[in-house]
Design a protein around this ligand. Structure first.
Ligand code: DAH
Length: 354
């Protein structure tokens, strides 16, 4: 058993030199593997006489243990180094922003809702809300649209499915924001000044209609509110919203079941070279419906029409967004095309100012 010291030195050096776990495994196989050098020496023990075998066996076991210990220690060291390297490579700064900030933009409809909320807030209007799935009482009956009224058909209503035996009142997807008038009055009573921007639904789809669109409802009730107040509020709103020094509005007699008298309102404008100008020109663009709240509507909401009166209006948000930002096709608003949305943000057209 001479040469064991040489063998030990050889393998301890090889272990020390192994650069990674694969190299180390090769060293282990060469020494302690089935066909390894130490194993081969072990195999010679059988041919020795008992005394020799005892002495040589003990020495070989010590050698085997020493090499094995060196292998394990090195393996652990290599593992730590590998982990360190991996941790370094996969280091992540969790304080970095998740996405570049400029990737997010505000949808033009949201932006217009914010703008109009701010403008009406300056005139003392709070924001009221109501559900999009609405009972037909709020959507129609309370607004003086009884079941047989033709206006119900005109609204192209989406009805909610009802299971058999369900006898709760019928529900619809609200066809306008007007039911929020009723909710706000029942909730807060008079006097009141609110706007209610939100989504509404009708079965309609073409270049200027989508099944879901947006309206803003306005309601002002007090002891002596008149059409003159309505006119001033709407003019103020249009000047501020379209950012023009003056606007001209035209009130056309109309009919809505929930107002008496009723008026549709047009704004003076012109189209020059495909560019819309608000405030001057010889064209008129319809932007909203309005009127003095019908006494029956006030009564339905628990407000005494002998004491209180006021105006209401309903305006299409998508329409005024198209007008301000020069967007010709309403459907673009709801296709969620990121290229279009980004373009809205970066290329806002010049103001439609005179
Ligand atoms: N609710 C009406 C619609 O959707 C719009 C409207 C007209 C609202 C006149 C009003 C109003 O408050 O007074 O077509």
């Amino acid at each position: 058993m001479d040469g064991l010291e040489t063998l030990k030195a050889k393998y301890l050096m090889a272990v020390a030199a192994a650069a990674d776990e694969n190299a180390l495994e090769e060293v282990r196989l060469a020494a302690l593997g089935k066909k390894g050098e130490v194993s081969a020496l072990m195999a010679t023990l059988g041919k020795m006489d008992p005394d020799q075998r005892k002495a040589a066996g003990a020495m070989l076991n010590v050698l085997k243990d020493e090499i094995d210990a060196a292998l394990r220690a090195k393996k652990a060291a290599l593992g730590d180094a590998a982990l360190d390297a991996r941790l370094r490579a996969e280091w992540l700064d969790v304080t970095l922003p998740a996405r570049p900030r400029r990737a997010g933009t505000i949808h033009p409809i949201s932006q217009v809702m914010e703008e109009l909320t701010a403008i009406f807030a300056d005139m003392g209007f709070a924001v009221a809300e109501g559900p999009q799935v609405e009972s037909d009482w709020y959507n129609f009956d309370a607004l003086n649209i009884p079941p047989e009224h033709p206006a119900r058909q005109e609204h192209d209503t989406f009805f909610m499915h009802r299971a058999e035996g369900d006898n709760r009142p019928p529900h619809v997807l609200r066809t306008h924001t007007s039911p929020v008038q009723i909710r706000a009055l029942m909730d807060k009573g008079a006097p009141i000044r609110v706007i209610a921007p939100g989504r509404v639904y009708r079965m309609d789809m073409d270049q200027t209609h989508t099944p879901m669109f947006h309206q803003v409802e306005g309601l002002a009730i007090d002891r002596d509110i008149s059409m003159a107040n309505l006119k001033w509020v709407l003019e103020e709103f249009c000047r501020a919203y379209f950012e023009v020094p003056s606007v001209e509005l035209r009130f056309r007699a109309s009919h809505f079941p929930f107002t008496e008298p009723s008026a549709e309102v047009d704004i003076r404008c012109s189209w020059e070279g495909g560019q819309l100008k608000i405030g001057q020109g010889d064209k008129w663009m319809e932007i909203l419906g309005s009127g003095m709240v019908h006494p029956k509507v006030l009564a339905a909401a628990g407000v005494d029409p002998a004491q209180w009166q006021g105006f209401a209006f309903g305006m299409g948000i998508d329409r005024i967004a198209m007008l301000k930002y020069g967007i010709p096709d309403l459907r673009a608003f709801f296709e969620s095309d990121l290229r279009w949305l980004r373009d809205r943000h970066t290329h806002r057209p010049a103001k439609t100012r005179v």
